[in-house]
Design a protein around this ligand. Structure first.
Ligand code: HEM
Length: 219
């Protein structure tokens, strides 16, 4: 039985806590962040993020006026331009030709788009899973990547992790959680939305699993 007095931001965090730990400690992430994989693995991972953020950001113009998703759609979060600068740095001028989605990435991006066009509350879940994570653990990834592959500090290669229009991330995250708590969802919809959050984490882990397979196979 759900305790309806629990704020939604707490519910979604608790519902995905275990999966968050699994994603954080996945073999691919661990190998990537302990320097066991080369910068080409970081490039490939960044290229997968391009598909995810294309899907997240493609429908912003339509979603900004949506009563449910609208409060979450903010230009200061947009990551696509930063990802493109990173990919150009990591992959050189041919990055666009080299851009291919793993099938788990394609499925993840397709699900985001499905939500973006048909289920705004589901879209919010995917938005939360990515952007709030980027504002948190993403900062760990940035610092490690800069050191491991000698990338310019907060520059090309790691721009995805730099939110230069968000001067106070802690305050931003606080406001974001308040917006989550104000979501007009109740009853069975709460369960549906929490299930979508678990799916969002599973889809991220699936991408890590495929990336892990791709790179361990080369070693
Ligand atoms: C190396 C990998 C990762 C590290 C080191 C990491 C680390 C963290 C840390 C330290 C926080 C806590 C921030 C806080 O309390 O304000 C956090 C929050 C979060 N992370 Fe991660 N994370 C990683 C991977 C991921 C992945 C793969 C996802 C999902 C795609 C994710 C999604 C989130 C979300 C949604 C939050 C916000 C939780 C909430 O307060 O509601 N993280 N992460």
């Amino acid at each position: 039985m759900l305790d309806t007095s629990t704020p939604f931001s707490t519910l979604i965090r608790s519902a995905t806590e275990q999966q968050h730990a699994e994603a954080e400690h996945s073999t691919f992430m661990k190998d990537l962040l302990t320097g066991q994989l080369g910068v080409e693995a970081f490039y490939r991972y960044t290229s997968q993020l391009w598909f995810v953020y294309s899907a997240l950001e493609k429908h912003s113009a339509a979603l900004v006026s949506d009563p449910v998703a609208g409060p979450f759609v903010k230009p200061e979060l947009n990551r696509l331009a930063a990802l493109e600068a990173d990919l150009a740095h990591l992959g050189g001028p041919r990055w666009r030709d080299e851009l291919t989605a793993l099938h788990t990435t394609a499925a993840y991006a397709a699900r985001i788009e499905e939500c973006a066009t048909q289920w705004p509350a589901g879209y919010v879940v995917h938005h939360y899973t990515r952007y709030l994570g980027d504002l948190s653990g993403g900062q760990v990834i940035r610092g490690t990547a800069e050191k491991l592959w000698d990338l310019p500090k907060k520059g090309d290669g790691v721009r995805f992790y730099v939110f230069d229009q968000i001067t106070n991330p802690a305050a931003f995250k606080r406001d974001y959680r308040e917006a989550l708590d104000a979501l007009p969802i109740e009853g069975a919809d709460v369960d549906r939305v929490l299930d979508e959050a678990r799916l969002a984490f599973t889809m991220n882990t699936n991408v890590f699993r495929d990336l892990g397979a791709e790179f361990s196979a080369r070693n």
